[in-house]
Design a binder for this molecule. Structure first.
Ligand code: DGY
Length: 324
């Protein structure tokens, strides 16, 4: 193992078609297997049995990770490389037990995800999608007036999770004159931002609550009904973290009953399924988990996945080992 041609012998299992450039390069540089080409059931079991001994790497993303069942089916697995920063779909305990390395794609996507968080907050408050639909439907010409919206500048912005992405959101919101508060497991102090020890107090003291933490057992359903009620009928929830950070049925009923002012959602509990009750509401903006989906960032994420696999195959230190 090792040496300049080490990648050529690396058996890689790609879990989902996530990025054309990444797939093309994996195909060119390694021995690539595509899991989705064998449908779940006996065909997949046969496929895994046939190739398991040669698969040393798994490449997944935010929605398709190496779970316990897959890891157990791959005795030669050495590394899981995720085309995402969040790796809640990877069974980290099992990887630790088996000595399987785990990498993700931090930093390169921070700006795009932060841009989307602020974009969603503005879209909800200024009702940009509704305004677009109003113009396209010819209602401007017909009715002449459009109802007033709500300002984003100066609103009290609270951030759940002040890691790389949370901080990038804070920096952007500061530029809009927004006072920032936060709750974070990090010990680091941020003297310009107000710390709240729990999510309920954070929500009770803000206008816009943005979820930007990692998903783990501690942060699962951190946005509970109590947090939603604390945010209240004037408050807006933005989620660019993971759907499971929020108790989704409670969020839906709060929005339907107007106990919550609005929501901008990039992520959902059971993607790609989005609760249909949200479709008819004018106080929500819905996008399909596209926080990092720009040409620039996806290319950088693909390069990072490839560089990590290359480093692994050459017995070099990984560029971005996951450090949860
Ligand atoms: C990730 O990479 O984990 C994010 O979900 C991107 O939006």
């Amino acid at each position: 193992r090792g040496g300049p041609r080490a990648m050529e012998s690396l058996g890689v299992l790609l879990l989902h078609p996530m990025n054309a450039y990444l797939e093309q390069e994996l195909d060119r540089r390694c021995r690539l297997h595509r899991l989705w080409e064998s449908p779940p059931g006996p065909a997949r079991e046969g496929f895994l049995r046939a190739h398991a001994s040669s698969i040393r790497a798994v490449v997944g993303n935010a929605n398709y990770g190496a779970d316990a069942e897959l890891i157990d089916a791959l005795p030669a697995l050495e590394i899981v490389a995720s085309f995402s920063v969040g790796i809640d779909r990877v069974d980290l305990a099992k990887c630790r037990d088996r000595g399987i390395r785990v990498t993700n794609t931090p930093d390169v996507l921070t700006d795009d995800v932060a841009d989307l968080a602020v974009g969603l907050a503005i879209a909800v408050l200024r009702r940009i999608p509704q305004a677009d639909r109003y113009v396209r439907a010819g209602l401007w010409k017909a009715k002449g007036e459009y109802s007033l919206t709500t300002r984003f500048s100066g609103k009290r912005v609270a951030i759940l999770g002040l890691g790389r992405i949370g901080l990038a959101i804070a920096k952007r919101a500061e530029a809009f004159g927004c006072p920032i508060s936060y709750n974070s497991r990090s010990e680091k102090a941020f003297p310009n931002y107000k710390f709240y020890a729990n999510a309920v107090d954070l929500a009770a003291n803000c206008d816009v609550l943005i979820v930007a933490c990692l998903l783990n057992a501690e942060s699962h359903h951190i946005v509970s009904r109590e947090v939603i009620d604390a945010l209240g009928p004037e408050g807006v929830l933005i989620n660019i973290g993971r759907g499971a950070h929020v108790d989704e049925p409670e969020l839906v009923s709060a929005l339907v009953e107007r106990h919550l002012g609005g929501a901008g959602l990039d992520v959902y509990e059971h993607e790609p399924f989005v609760p249909e009750q949200l479709f008819g509401l004018d106080n929500v903006v819905l996008v399909p988990h596209v926080g990092s989906d720009t040409e620039e960032t996806c290319r950088a994420m693909a390069e990072l996945v490839l560089a990590n696999l290359e480093a692994h195959a050459s017995n070099k230190p990984l560029l971005t080992p996951f450090s949860g």
